[in-house]
Design a protein around this ligand. Structure first.
Ligand SMILES: [Zn+2]
Length: 476
C-alpha cells in the first residue's frame, strides 16, 4: 500500500556519508552512528528516521526517501516513520504521494498534517495566484481550483478575498490611493456587510480633538481623516482594530532618502490588513462588536508641515515633542488608540508598517508583535504557526521607556540613540492605552521582497490570517 515510489538509487556507503557529512559541516559522528545502527537493523524505525534525517541534512534526499519507503512497508502504521517519509517525499517534490502518506498517518487535526494539509495547499495555491492587474492586463491562462470535498471552500474564499483586498490597496500607488480613496474602500466594505462608517475629515479633526492626526496630515493637499467603522451587536465583546493609514510617507521635513521613500505607497499596509481582517470577521459573522479605526493621512511637505521640535497636545492629553517627522505613524495611531480606549474594549489590536528597526531585528518575513498579556501572546503565536502567517513576540522592555524622555514635553516621538527602535515605538504606543482589557501591536512590513510559494512579490497582508484564527477560536 505504501510502495510505488521510484527511488531505487544505491545507498551511499557509511564512509561516503561520513565524507558528505564532514563536507556539509554537519555532525559527522552522529550521522555515522545512525548509519551504523541502520545498517545493523534496517527495520528499526528510530534508526531509519534518524539515518534519513542525516541523509536529508547532507543533501541526499532521494536516498532518504528510499530508506524511509523500505521501512514504511515493514511498519505501515508507525506515525513517526510515515511523517518523516511524507516530509521527505514533499522535499523531492512528490506532493501527491506525500499527501497520501501523511493522510494515511494522520488525522486533519494533527499539527504535523497541517504542514501539508489540503486546506493549506489550496490556500497557498489561491494566494500564490494573486496578480495586481489594475494598470496592465495579465496574460496567461486562467486556472480554476477544484476543491476536494473536505476543504471548507467558504472560509477559504473569505480569507483569500480579504488578503486580495489588502494586497490591491497596498499595491495601488499613492496617486490613486489617498486618504479619501482609503475611506471609500472602507465604505465599500461596510456596505457589503451592513456596517456603519463615519469619518472626521480635515479641520474637523481639530474640533473633535485629534490633534496628532491633524498635525501629521495637514501639509498634504488631500485632507487627513479618521475613518471609524462599526459592526455587530452592541452586547457582544468589543474588539477594536486600528490600522496605520499613511497613504504616502515622504518622511515630512526630516525627509527620507530616495531608497527609503521609493516604496512608501505601502505605508498604509496596516490599514489594508485590518480591513482584510474586518472582512473575514464580518463575513464569518463572528460574535463580537467590531470597531475599525483608520487614521488616514499623507505625510507630505509644504508650508504647513509639522516640524521637528514642535510640541502637540495629544487627544489623551499627553504633550508630545516631535523628534522626527518621519516617526509619524505612532503619532496618528496615538490619537486613534486614545479614542479606542475611551470605549474600554476587550481588545485593542493595532497594526502598522511602523519601523525599519523591526526589519533589522527579524527580517522582512516575520513581523514582531507586542502585548503585556501572556495568554494572548501564546494564543496568537500558536495561530501564527498553525496558519503559516508568521509572527514573533518581542518585549515591551520597561527600562527603554527612559529613551523616550523629552526635556519640554511628556514624551518624545522618537527614542534617543539608534537601538531598539521597534520596541521603543511599541512603548510609545502603550502610553495611550489605559482602560482596554488587552492591547496588541503588530509592526508589519506589508511587502514580499521576492516571490515565494503563496507569496507573490509585492504587497502582502501580514498578521491578518493569524489574528482571524485567534478571533475565530474566541468568538466563533
Ligand atoms: Zn515615516
Amino acid at each position: 500500500m505504501l510502495a510505488g515510489c521510484n527511488t531505487t538509487q544505491p545507498l551511499p556507503t557509511t564512509a561516503a556519508l561520513g565524507v558528505a557529512a564532514a563536507g556539509a559541516g554537519g555532525d559527522r559522528r552522529s550521522a555515522l552512528a545512525w548509519a551504523e545502527r541502520y545498517r545493523a537493523n534496517p527495520s528499526d524505525p528510530e534508526a531509519v528516521v534518524n539515518y534519513a534525517r542525516a541523509l536529508r541534512a547532507y543533501g541526499q534526499r532521494t536516498q532518504a526517501v528510499a530508506v524511509l519507503e523500505q521501512a514504511s512497508i515493514q511498519h505501515p502504521k508507525h506515525r513517526g516513520l510515515l511523517t518523516a517519509y511524507g516530509r521527505a517525499l514533499a522535499e523531492i517534490g512528490n506532493y501527491k504521494r506525500a499527501f497520501d502518506v501523511l493522510d494515511h498517518a494522520h488525522t486533519p487535526a494533527d499539527p504535523d498534517w497541517r504542514i501539508l494539509s489540503v486546506q493549506g495547499a489550496a490556500l497557498a495555491f489561491a494566494l500564490g495566484s494573486y496578480r495586481f492587474t489594475r494598470y496592465r492586463k495579465q496574460d496567461g491562462k486562467e486556472v480554476k481550483l477544484e476543491l476536494p470535498g473536505n476543504v471548507d471552500g467558504e472560509d477559504l474564499s473569505r480569507i483569500v478575498d480579504g488578503v486580495t483586498l489588502a494586497r490591491d490597496l497596498i499595491n495601488t500607488p499613492a496617486n490613486d490611493l489617498g486618504p479619501a480613496e482609503l475611506e471609500a474602500a472602507a465604505r465599500t466594505l461596510a456596505a457589503r456587510h451592513g456596517a456603519e462608517v463615519r469619518a472626521v475629515v480635515g479641520e474637523d479633526l481639530l474640533e473633535q480633538n485629534f490633534p496628532l492626526i491633524h498635525a501629521v496630515g495637514r501639509a498634504a493637499a488631500r485632507p487627513p481623516r479618521l475613518i471609524d467603522l462599526t459592526w455587530g451587536e452592541a452586547g457582544h465583546p468589543k474588539i477594536t482594530l486600528i490600522g496605520k493609514g499613511v497613504c504616502f510617507d515622504s518622511g515630512g521635513l526630516d525627509i527620507k532618502p530616495e531608497s527609503g521613500m521609493l516604496n512608501m505607497k505601502k505605508d498604509m499596509g496596516g490599514a489594508a490588513s485590518m480591513l482584510a481582517l474586518a472582512h473575514m470577521v464580518m463575513d464569518r459573522g463572528l460574535k463580537l462588536r467590531l470597531r475599525v479605526l483608520i487614521p488616514a493621512v499623507e505625510n507630505a511637505i509644504s508650508g504647513s508641515a509639522f516640524r521637528p521640535r514642535d510640541v502637540y497636545r495629544s487627544r489623551k492629553g499627553l504633550s508630545v515633542e516631535i523628534g522626527n517627522t518621519d516617526a509619524e505613524g505612532r503619532l496618528i495611531l496615538a490619537d486613534a488608540i486614545a479614542l479606542a480606549d475611551e470605549d474600554e474594549p476587550d481588545l485593542i489590536a493595532d497594526m502598522a508598517t511602523l519601523t525599519g528597526a523591526a526589519r533589522v531585528a527579524l527580517g522582512t518575513e516575520i513581523p514582531p508583535f507586542y502585548t503585556d498579556d501572556d495568554a494572548l501572546a501564546a494564543a496568537l503565536a500558536g495561530c501564527a504557526k498553525s496558519e503559516n502567517d508568521p509572527l514573533w513576540r518581542m518585549p515591551l522592555w520597561r527600562p527603554y521607556e527612559a529613551l523616550l524622555e523629552s526635556k519640554v514635553a511628556d514624551v518624545n516621538n522618537v527614542a534617543s540613540g539608534n537601538f531598539g527602535g521597534s520596541i521603543t515605538a511599541a512603548l510609545f504606543l502603550r502610553r495611550f492605552v489605559a482602560a482596554a482589557k488587552a492591547w496588541l501591536h503588530c509592526d508589519i512590513y506589508a511587502w514580499n521582497q521576492t516571490t515565494k510559494p503563496g507569496r507573490p512579490e509585492g504587497a502582502e497582508c501580514q498578521a491578518a490570517r493569524a489574528l482571524y484564527a485567534l478571533l475565530v477560536s474566541r468568538y466563533g
